[in-house]
Design a protein. Structure first.
Length: 339
């Protein structure tokens, strides 16, 4: 199969709590991107309930796919390949998208591509700026992952640093839960922090001078201990001081990695890269150090299917179609290609 600028991919994303579908042409021309969030459904439990997520995907997926095809303004016949996130993620949630995509591929007689969700987050930044040149340093910060990745080319990655405990988004969510300010914690803390003073508390910057790994579990504990001992300090100042520590460490390590590999640019990806302080600080400090810093639009930072379609287009071009027996893999690693 010829894969080129006019190849149209329909992609589905159901790895966690967003049901998403998107139509992308040529790997970077987003014709539509529909995201139906389950945040309201899970908020009362304070986190994602796997079985509830699977059932919600089952209800939303067909309407979301129809909306994506409608908005793209194409007939289904124009779709050249069908992709879905094959992992990592919640197994019951993944199975909904993978099964639906295979069914569509089968009836439309089109190739199927199972996509690695982590690889797709790397492509979100490239989607918004296709002029970026390799090697790139990608900071991937989400609810489940915190990684500093060297991307030397399509499909060519090395993880240079990662969290040794909690993911950055997990730290936001846990601190927000402790402060009782809402779910998911990232956007809430971001908002509170914008009204607070970040120099009120000097929270620890763990592992600041030890290589490229990071750690957020100690920071979370020190926020909790501080709030317990100082119940009168305003939440906005706690949020700003906590965020300052997270952003400081992420910027320092990412720029260090970019210097080590002689990167042509720094790209952010994953839900936490929607954070306003991280975006501003990484741009300022990265530019000061001589690096171009690419920030995907906020919609491309959090889970969406356009990034799945972009990654699928590159996989299809490099490896050809995948077998319909491709599985769903809850613990897929960045370097794993689903099969
Ligand atoms: O990439 P994503 O949508 O899902 C995963 O694959 O995990 O990331 C979700 C995470 C959550 O932990 C959420 O609190 C965090 O991203 N997040 C933010 C912001 N928006 C979302 N964290 C900090 N600031 C934000 N503005
Ligand atoms: Zn994600």
């Amino acid at each position: 199969m010829m894969v080129n600028e006019s190849t149209v991919v329909l992609a589905l994303e159901t790895s966690c709590d967003e049901t998403a579908a998107s139509v992308v042409m040529g790997g970077n021309d987003v014709l539509s991107s529909i995201v139906s969030s389950q945040i309201d459904i899970h908020a009362r439990f304070g986190g994602v309930v796997p079985e509830v997520a699977s059932r919600a995907h089952l209800e939303s997926l067909i309407p979301v796919v129809n909306a994506a095809v409608d908005e793209a303004g194409i007939l289904p016949e124009r779709i050249d390949a069908v992709a879905a996130t094959a992992g990592p993620g919640l197994i019951g949630a993944l199975l909904v998208g993978v099964s639906a995509a295979k069914a569509l591929a089968l009836v439309w007689e089109r190739p199927f591509i199972g996509v690695n969700h982590l690889e797709a987050h790397l492509y979100a930044g490239l989607l918004d700026d296709p002029t970026l040149e390799f090697p790139l340093i990608v900071l991937l910060v989400s609810g489940g992952h915190t990684m500093i990745i060297e991307m030397r080319g399509h499909g060519d990655y090395t993880i240079l640093g990662r969290t040794i405990d909690d993911a950055a988004g997990e730290a936001y969510d846990k601190v927000a839960r402790y402060l009782n300010v809402g779910y998911p914690g990232g956007p809430v803390i971001d908002q509170l922090a914008s009204q607070g003073n970040s120099s009120v508390v000097e929270f620890p910057r763990a592992m600041m001078h030890d290589g490229l790994d990071v750690s957020f579990s100690g920071l979370k504990t020190s926020v909790i201990n501080y709030v317990r001992k100082n119940p009168d300090v305003a939440n906005v100042d706690i949020a700003a001081s906590f965020q300052d520590a997270v952003v400081d460490v992420l910027c320092a390590k990412t720029i260090k990695a970019a210097q080590q590999v002689g990167a042509r640019g720094i790209v952010l990806g994953g839900g936490v890269s929607a954070n306003s302080a991280l975006r501003a600080e990484m741009t300022r400090r990265g530019n000061d150090a001589g690096f171009r810093v690419a920030l995907p639009s906020r919609a491309m930072c959090t889970d969406n299917a356009a990034m799945i379609a972009a990654a699928a287009w590159h996989r299809l071009k490099a490896d050809g179609p995948m077998n319909l027996s491709c599985g769903a893999y809850p613990n897929l690693k960045l370097s794993d290609v689903p099969r």
